[in-house]
Write a protein that binds this ligand. Structure first.
Ligand SMILES: NC(=O)c1ccc[n+]([C@@H]2O[C@H](COP(=O)([O-])OP(=O)(O)OC[C@H]3O[C@@H](n4cnc5c(N)ncnc54)[C@H](OP(=O)(O)O)[C@@H]3O)[C@@H](O)[C@H]2O)c1
Length: 274
């Protein structure tokens, strides 16, 4: 059975101890990233919080330090810039930190026909959703596998399971993340590092405002629900390389994998045009 169709928790689970570890979370100023930051801080992880909006990062860092007694460092950085991963790595080295966990969460989508899309913004989307994920994973993977105590979570999406007309680039970036992460999970399977591609469905964050669309009829999950699903699977005896959050989303992801492309692409196109 493909992991996308599996219940996300496999085997007996016990909350993994993150006390004293260091976790880098990108896109921590909002939505799922902020929720991952709260959850990992509550488990005792020290945090490096990355995004562009420094004020929000600093406020969250101070809140988590006060609530959980962990160290939280805000790093204001545009990860779509080509040299961003090198800058972040250097900044982490300067702080004398070794990374145990990485949540590659920063990302965005754009709704609309490709021919009318802002070309510069499309490039930015590929650099953030794909290139930064590869660069940061590569940069920290040796120390994360050596530690064997942490997690590598790359944010994919249910958009990864089929082409997505009107969000063509977004769907393709998330398919890349899914494929990339499943491969890395296999490569690192004996290290103790838990590696997974997290695939949420529609979730109540700033995502849809940034993308310029609103799913009026969709059933949204909350960031807390998505992150709780992810943490349960990461705590399990065997962590699946793909986690789809929400029963309905799991069923849809599985259906998209089984259905012929000649059916699934027009169907998705009609849903997206709605
Ligand atoms: N919400 C959903 O329905 C949904 C579903 C499936 C997958 N996802 C994925 O989940 C991840 C998190 O999204 P979200 O839903 O939590 O959306 P969100 O609330 O819009 O959060 C996106 C985060 O990414 C950061 N970010 C955006 N551009 C950046 C850049 N150039 N450099 C550094 N950070 C940047 C934002 O911070 P700044 O603006 O401060 O930089 C923000 O913290 C994304 O990868 C998204 O594709 C979301």
């Amino acid at each position: 059975m493909h992991p996308a169709s599996a219940e996300p928790t496999i085997g007996a689970s016990m909350a993994r101890d993150h006390a004293g570890t260091t976790a880098v979370i990108t896109g921590a100023s909002s939505g799922l990233g902020a929720e991952f930051a709260r959850t990992l801080a509550a488990r005792g992880a020290n945090l490096v919080l990355v995004a562009r909006r420094e004020g929000r990062l600093t406020a969250l860092a101070r809140e988590l330090e006060t609530s959980y007694g962990v160290a939280a460092d805000p790093v204001a950085l545009d990860l779509a810039r080509p040299d961003a991963a090198v800058e972040l790595t250097a900044s982490i080295r300067e702080r004398g930190l070794t990374v145990d966990s990485l949540v590659n969460n920063a990302g965005f989508g754009m709704h609309g026909a490709l021919a009318e899309a802002d070309a510069a913004r499309l490039d930015e989307q590929v650099r953030l959703n794909v290139a930064a994920v590869v660069s940061l994973t590569r940069a920290f993977l040796p120390e994360m596998t050596a530690s064997g105590r942490g997690i590598l979570v790359n944010l994919s999406s249910v958009a990864a399971f089929q082409p997505v007309p009107l969000m063509a680039v977004y769907g393709a970036t998330k398919a890349f993340v899914l494929s990339f992460t499943e491969a890395v999970a296999f490569e690192t399977r004996t290290s103790g590092l838990r590696v997974t591609a997290l695939c949420p469905g529609p979730t109540r964050t700033e995502f849809f405002r940034v993308a310029g669309t609103e799913h009026r009829r969709r059933a949204y999950e909350t960031p807390a629900q998505v992150v709780a699903t992810a943490m349960r699977a990461l705590d399990a005896r065997r962590t699946p390389a793909t986690i789809v959050s929400g029963r309905r989303n799991r069923a849809m992801a599985q259906a998209a994998r089984i259905m012929p492309r000649s059916i699934v692409v027009p169907l998705t196109g009609r849903i997206m045009a709605d």
